[in-house]
Design a protein around this ligand. Sequence first.
Ligand code: C2E
Ligand code: CA
Ligand code: CA
Length: 680
Amino acid sequence: MFSLPESQDITILQGEYSLSLVVLSIVIACCASYTSLSLNQRMQQNHFFHKSFWLVLASVAMGLGIWSMHFIGMSAFMLPVQMTYDTFLTAASVLPAVFASYLAFSFSSRKKKGHLSAVTAGIIMGIGISAMHYIGMAAMKMEVEYVYKPLILMASVLIAVVVSYVALFIFSSLQKFMGTQWIKILTSVLMGLAITSMHYTGMSAVIFYTDKPLDGMHGMHKMDMPLLVTGVTAGIFILLAVSGLAGLLDRYVDHRLHHYDALTLLPNQRQFEQDLKNSKTAGSLAIIHIHDLEKWVSGYGYTFGDRVIKAVGDIIDERKLRTSKVYRIEGNRFAVYHGEEHEFEKLKACMESVLSQLKKPLMIDDYRVVIEMACAISHCDKGDCDQLLANTMAVLQHSSIQYRHGVIEYDPAVHTYSFERQIVQDINRAIETNELFMVYQPKVQTGTGEVTGVEALLRWQHRVHGLISPGVFIPVLEENGKIFEVTDWVIETVFRQVSHWLDEGIEFKRVSINIPGPYVTSSRLLSVLHEGLRKYGIDSSFIELEITETSVIHDIENAITAVGRFREMGLSVALDDFGTGLSSLSYLRKIPISTIKIDKSFVDGVPLSEKDSALLRAITTLCSSLKLRVVIEGVETQEQIDFITGMIERPHIQGYYYSPPLQEGEFTDWLRERELVLKA
Ligand code: C2E
Ligand code: CA
Ligand code: CA
């Protein structure tokens, strides 16, 4: 095998190479390496197909690549004799290449990568490539003999091992950068070189000779291998087809995993963003927001919450327009995108029907589920989809959304700013343009029916939001430091009104003004009050300040001082919403207030609830014994009036039973009518 026969009659034959086929063989080796490295990469990234699927596929690709390279390299080789090959050995020679690739790749893709793994992988790969080569050589049949030069043969194996090691080392240690195309190409070229350099070094280790006369040999011959070339072509074709199909399948699975919601099977947020980006028209967009999903999840568990979501998703999907697309974009949000231009009204009508269906109770696991939701909708026939999404989101982000349950259309005047920002921004204008005004609610003495006072309450007729409740805008103004100015305006307006009523001879006894918590203790309030009383020439006994229990608790010492000063001025001071704060009774004695306003919540259950009735009576008795005037707020029914009238004490009553807050003119009319009734 390694030494030439001693005979003198042997002739050494020189082979030649076809350059184009040599180049082709190198290209094939590099391409096969690239394909198998790509498949290897999928093994690292994808979780849908099992890792071993990609490992086997990568090994088959690599093995077939080595095998193809070898036989194309062989067909590039020419000798002046006829050459053919043994089919069985040729086919079998692919196996060591595939097995070696499998082992080498499993070593180099281990999680714990040591240097040893790379060395082992390099040795296995090098031996695999060499084994394939020398089995392939043994498959050759020709009329000449050959021997190997042992040193070069060993060198060929060594080259295969070393270059494989370098390539696999780069592959395993730079895997996180393998996405960078050029590193992958570099590794593939190195791997291709490992295969081809081994092959051509191995070929140079062979000495072909013959002891027959050379006369019968005419010209150079390539190997007679039409079947083999067909096999190689088919092999490469299968390789490309399999890896291509696997790639396609993988991409599809990848796409499903990343672009669809597993629960509802609807496209997800990523797909939604992509579709909006790719859309040529802006069209219309609706987003349905479920307000109370959290309630169902925390009450009945995640699985139940999932079923609620699924049921909602199904209803939306069933009822959508044919050309609309539904997405689940967040845990509690669905989007419906309608790309057709000028069909906003159609989508709006569709969403109204979806919402009316969703408002009906859903039956889930025998539970009757009533979900609360709102739908934001907008269209953008001229702008782009970014604008469309921004507009729809502005509706959802607007703080008013929590109070709404219908289809809400984007309105640039309302949704450009947050509700809070708009309130703060608009308040000065509201004062100037008379959007703010006062209403007055009378207080009536139990028993006599006499009007003993009136509370001034603020109203805001906002040009966009309509009439906003002070319960909503006062806290916003307090948080944003705007409440002092507004209170000054209230004081000024009420004083002007009082002076007007006094001039007109209208009997109102006393007007109460609500003073917000932080303003109570400020020296500015004192001077505003002094100044106002002086300016309108009003006696302080006509004015009462209502301060809330909670605001007093926060700064009790200063509150005591401030209330003392108001009382010195001759003003009455009422403690508002009594009973809603904590530790109410302990400081009742300490603060020099004149009136207690018992909160509406104490009256609501009266007289049906014995507990509430007893409590209301006890508080009234206690406060009266402290010589405080008692006002019971929020009295609405005849039964409540009867109960209160039955008490020994004579508390004052404020509530819808007598009158809701009234505008100035209505209030004076009401007063006159009442006087007539009382006189009759
Ligand atoms: P409050 O001072 O406790 O005012 C009583 C609230 O109860 C008023 O609501 C009044 O309309 C309502 N009310 C009166 N009788 C009944 C009834 O029989 N049934 C029911 N359901 N409600 C009744 P409004 O006017 O919406 O005021 C809400 C709150 O806003 C007030 O509570 C007060 O804290 C604040 N507020 C109102 N005006 C002003 C103001 O000028 N300045 C300040 N700082 N706060 C104000
Ligand atoms: Ca009040
Ligand atoms: Ca109150």
